[in-house]
Design a protein around this ligand. Structure first.
Ligand SMILES: Cc1ncc(COP(=O)(O)O)c(C=O)c1O
Length: 407
């Protein structure tokens, strides 16, 4: 029996070499490799800056906080954030943990994404749009949200936009890459993602002030001594204070209350090896989705297969069951797992299906039909770069074995 994982990470010569370099350097906390990753990742996304943090969740928390500080948002007066109910839970958690309130808008059943139409409808209908501060769309499974329209709505209603691009490394939306079309974007390099580092996150932005804030926030609010700040003559309190006082140590002087979201050199070193082969990773995943779609096309009446698009950087291979009476997701997943094919649910509709958000269940019951349907009837399997043709053939065989009687 084969083992088809949702994601895989093969430690080859390049990865070993990168780790050994860190060991040989003798410094394992944030240093050269983190800086190098930041440089090549911002080049890859097409933003001026990127800042590394220890996870995608940290990136969301620090990113939201930085936007609040930088724009002087009074979160008591403007607590609401429009976001998607269908995502990995970290997106919602970060909103709540930064003192804001998520407002969930339903997704499109085919793309799994929140739509500008639904966002606009919501904002047009409510009486208090001035109590909203952000739109936080998530490019789920690699599919890009309609950012031009979302940005237009945000502009009209005076809202900030933060893209969660954790699952979309290298996806194109028109001419630009996901992660470069809003005030700030967050990424996760968790193990199954296209660029992976085990655990690591990043923020991309074009705004210099955001960079300064994030660098402080990720280091317990300490005064920043990064080279970028040094260029900001007069603006950096560290430089100003240094001039006046001999006994002043910026590393232990804290401008505000922050977090420890710093990472280690090892993760950045691994991440660099992946960015260097990202074109191969993205192409291989696209080809795998294409072949799987061809092989499983015979099930198109009972399963919704992923939309094929050359501009998408696929994180996985999502499947939606068209008729839950004919096919039970629970049974199908169990059988696939029994045959060595790993599966994951498509996250669940956060306010109605995630126990942590039970306090919102009544308010949202029945209001997010697409997210609820997908939360119950969608799942994904792997399409990662290490799957070969015979693995894809094996997946087809298992599906034939389980669902052949339905066609
Ligand atoms: C959409 C989304 N947001 C945020 C995160 C959180 O990232 P991390 O697991 O690196 O904290 C993930 C992780 O998979 C994600 O998929």
């Amino acid at each position: 029996m084969k083992h088809i994982r949702v994601g895989d990470f093969i430690i080859g010569n390049e990865e070993r070499k990168a780790i050994n370099e860190v060991l040989d350097n003798g410094k394992i906390s944030e240093g050269k490799k983190v800086k190098e990753f930041e440089k090549i990742f911002s080049n890859f996304v097409g933003t001026k800056y990127s800042i590394v943090l220890n996870s995608g969740t940290s990136a969301l928390i620090a990113g939201i906080t930085a936007l609040i500080y930088n724009n002087n948002i009074d979160i008591k007066k403007r607590p609401y954030v429009i976001t998607t109910p269908l995502t990995y839970i970290a997106t919602s958690n970060a909103i709540v943990l930064t003192g804001l309130k998520p407002i969930y808008i339903d997704v499109d059943i085919n793309t799994f994404l929140i739509t500008p139409e639904n966002i606009k409808k919501h904002l047009d209908e409510i009486s208090n749009p001035n109590e909203y501060s952000f739109i936080l769309p998530v490019h789920l499974m690699g599919y890009p949200c309609d950012m031009d329209e979302i940005n237009k709505i945000a502009k009209y209603y005076n809202l900030l936009v933060l893209e969660d691009s954790s699952q979309a490394h290298g996806t194109f939306y028109k001419e630009r890459k996901t992660g470069s079309m809003s005030n700030l974007s967050t990424f996760s390099f968790y193990i199954a993602h296209n660029i992976q580092a085990g655990e690591m996150g990043a923020i991309t932005t074009d705004e210099y002030e955001i960079v300064r804030l994030i660098r402080k926030l990720k280091a317990n609010g300490r005064m920043c001594d990064c080279p970028i700040c040094k260029r900001a003559e007069g603006k950096c309190p560290r430089l100003a204070a240094y001039k006046g006082e001999d006994d002043f140590d910026p590393r232990f002087t804290h401008e505000f209350i922050g977090y420890n979201f710093k990472t280690m050199e090892f993760q950045a070193a691994l991440g660099i090896t992946q960015v260097k082969k990202v074109d191969w990773i993205i192409n291989k995943r696209y080809e795998n989705v294409k072949v799987l779609n061809e092989r499983l096309n015979k099930y198109k009446n009972v399963l919704q297969l992923p939309k094929l698009d050359e501009t998408v950087s696929y994180m996985a291979y999502p499947i939606v069951i068209n008729d839950p009476v004919k096919i039970s997701r629970k049974k199908l997943r169990k059988e696939l797992e029994k045959h060595g094919i790993e599966t994951r649910p498509l996250f669940g509709c956060i306010p109605t299906q995630q126990p942590a958000y039970n306090y919102l269940k009544e308010e949202y019951q029945g209001k997010l039909p697409n997210a609820e349907y997908l939360g119950m009837n969608a799942f994904y399997i792997g399409c990662h770069q290490y799957l070969e043709n015979e693995d894809l053939g094996y997946i087809e065989d298992v599906f034939d074995n389980l669902l052949g009687h339905l066609i």
